[in-house]
Design a protein around this ligand. Structure first.
Ligand code: SAM
Length: 265
């Protein structure tokens, strides 16, 4: 049975400019929380905690420290008041897109969690996939995406959803869909459903130049109906050496093959 949080305690009007759709379903939050494991050495970074719906669950977990990065000043003050007793919780009134995460590089076991505006999640995903040092500073990222974007991120080759973001994500991380988030669990209710994905960094392609991979993907998927020999006409010798059928389209080339192309550049 669904349980809705009392939305009366949502004091200030949600700001559309900050994509504020707050989770109001306790069953969903409890289920999501069960999928997040931590221990006494974990640093949890929650991005866009809002009014603290998920944070109220996270605070009961084991962790070394819990950082809450919230762009909305009023909400950050509210969070500071709510959690002022707990010295292991730090609230930062920052824009996660501009924030420098370097201070977390020395932490052992970092988990990033965020139910953010959908467009911000995608930008942050790329920011964290583009980390120069690999494996990166985080052990896991647990992020909410619009359902259609999540389907693209997790798609395998030979599928219409397979795109630049699928290859970029899967070349860097093992990606798993952990919970679906129907629009009814939010207040205000957004137009689309969401999905929470878990990203665990992998080492298989750690040597490749990720920026080069992004360039190759841009060329490959810019006109996805074209044959790969047209989109990657500069690299036909490499395609030939790798035995890749040049009449295939971008969506038919595997993550492994894209990474092999990049290795040979
Ligand atoms: N996580 C909360 C929840 O599930 O109820 C709030 C979700 S709401 C979709 C997104 C939250 O992210 C809002 O609190 C908003 O103010 C915050 N936010 C939006 N853009 C942000 C950014 N660039 N950096 C940090 N926080 C941001």
């Amino acid at each position: 049975m669904k349980q809705q949080l009392n939305t009366n305690r949502v004091s200030a009007k949600p700001k559309r400019s900050l994509g504020q759709n707050f989770i109001i379903n306790e069953n969903f939050l409890s289920n999501l929380n069960k999928n997040i494991s931590s221990d006494s050495e974990t640093t949890i970074i929650e991005i866009g905690p809002g009014k603290g719906a998920l944070t109220n669950y996270l605070v009961k977990k084991n962790f070394e420290s819990l950082y809450l990065i919230e762009k909305d000043y009023e909400l950050s003050i509210q969070l500071k008041n709510n959690f002022k007793e707990n010295k292991k919780i730090k609230i930062l009134n920052e824009d996660a897109l501009n924030y420098n995460f370097m201070s977390f590089y020395s932490c052992n076991n970092v988990i990033i969690i965020g139910n953010l505006p959908f467009n911000v999640s995608t930008q942050l995903l790329f920011k964290w996939l583009e980390e120069k040092k690999w494996p990166p500073f985080y052990k896991k990222m647990i992020l909410m995406f619009q359902k259609e974007v999540a389907e693209r991120i997790t798609s395998k080759h030979n599928h219409k959803n397979y795109s630049r973001i699928s290859v970029a994500s899967q070349a860097r991380c093992k990606v798993k869909s952990i919970v679906t988030a129907p629009s009814s669990i939010f207040f205000p209710k957004p137009k689309v459903d969401g999905v929470i994905l878990e990203f665990t960094p992998i080492l298989k392609y750690k040597e490749i130049d990720f920026q080069l991979l992004l360039n190759v993907l841009k060329l490959s998927f810019s006109q996805r109906r074209k044959k790969i020999k047209n989109n990657l006409y500069k690299y036909t010798d490499i395609l030939e050496k790798l035995g890749i059928n040049q009449n295939l389209r971008a969506e038919n080339i595997t993550v492994d093959e894209y990474c092999k192309i990049v290795k040979m550049l």
